[in-house]
Design a protein around this ligand. Structure first.
Ligand code: ATP
Ligand code: MG
Length: 315
């Protein structure tokens, strides 16, 4: 059989010659193939060993620890935040912390979360969790990727050790930042007892628990074992200067009095009014909306549960 002309023409290679050359190099090709396979096999083995480690308790601890040791990043960029004296108060409390939980209280939307996060900006050793149910400890562990509270405490114990490598860090102690939205009215006593439990340096594993409670009622109901066992920091309304600064940041510096007249000095209300205005809702309508929401807040307060019974109504 005659090979097609183009085959020999373009390849420039005699078929017989190619077979002979391949035969001569066969061992090399086989070796290459098996080497390639074993590289792939080794990669697979390494990968499954790596996955098995990550799934082990030790692997989970290390991953949670690495995350906790990253510099804390607030949800809001720094240039969108006005600095408030309460942030400095918080930083001082965090930097000089020795024991007991810190409760950040204040009216709904007074700026507690932003102030707390801003005070912690860049700090290492912070774990943040939002409590949405009475069984929050299990959920928190799941969220952190550890199996149980014992492993969580181990993460925090190691975080404290690691913080020694960062002498300039805001704090030498790990922080558990608990956000309690105002929709959470149950399980407050568990927060109190957990905070009390972890906030002592019994076994060299003290954790500074900071509770940012959306509802003032929750902050008031919090009890880490008597007032001497907790430090309360109140985030109040804006001062006139702060309100001007905030409204200037949103381009309404020249109309700050109108805003304050409609919403008062609560920063969240002013922020919402700015947002509403962008969407075409007048300041007057925003004011009416706030009056309606104030009623909802009273009802929520009355449903507050501290012990298994409804407590808010009594308060
Ligand atoms: N320092 C600040 N600089 C700029 N904007 C702020 C600041 N503090 C609060 N805000 C604005 O006010 C809103 C409410 O603030 P924040 O969520 O901190 O209040 P809060 O008291 O934690 O509210 P909640 O009671 O719902 O937990 C924020 O979404 C933001 O728009
Ligand atoms: Mg909040």
């Amino acid at each position: 059989m005659v090979a097609p002309a183009y085959a020999s023409d373009t390849s420039g290679l005699d078929f017989q010659q190619f077979v002979e050359e391949f035969a001569g190099k066969k061992d090399f090709f086989v070796e290459l193939a098996s080497a390639t396979l074993s590289v792939a096999g080794t990669a697979l083995a390494v990968r499954s060993a790596d996955e098995a480690f990550k799934a082990s308790p030790e692997g989970k601890i290390q991953q949670a620890l690495a995350k906790a040791m990253e510099p804390f990043e607030p949800s809001r960029p720094q240039d969108e935040v006005i600095q408030r004296p309460v942030m400095e108060t918080l930083r001082q409390r965090i930097a000089s912390w020795q024991q007991h939980a810190t409760i950040i209280g204040g009216r709904y939307q007074s700026g507690k979360s932003v102030a707390t996060e801003e005070a912690l900006r860049g700090a290492r050793g912070v774990v943040r969790f939002t409590i949405r149910s009475a069984e929050w400890t299990d959920r928190m562990c799941k969220h952190l990727g550890v199996d149980d509270e014992g492993l969580f405490k181990e993460v925090m114990r190691r975080a404290r050790e690691k913080l020694k490598d960062f002498p300039d860090n805001l704090t030498k102690f790990p922080i558990l930042l608990l956000e309690v939205p105002r929709t959470t009215t149950k399980g407050i006593n568990l927060i109190s007892s957990t905070a009390k439990d972890v906030a002592t340096d019994k076994i060299g594993s003290a954790i500074h628990v900071i509770v940012s409670a959306s509802s003032a009622a929750v902050a008031l109901a919090f009890d880490a074992g008597g007032t001497e066992r907790q430090e309360d920091i109140w985030v109040g309304d804006l001062t006139e200067e702060e309100a001007k600064e905030f409204l200037a940041l949103h381009g309404h510096g020249n109309k700050w009095e109108d805003f304050v007249d409609a919403c008062g000095f609560r920063i969240g209300n002013l922020a919402k009014a700015c947002e509403n205005l962008k969407k075409g809702m007048s300041l007057d309508n925003t004011k009416q909306e706030y009056q309606r929401l104030a009623t909802v807040e009273v009802v929520r307060f009355m449903e507050l549960q501290v012990h298994p019974k409804v407590t808010g109504r009594e308060m």
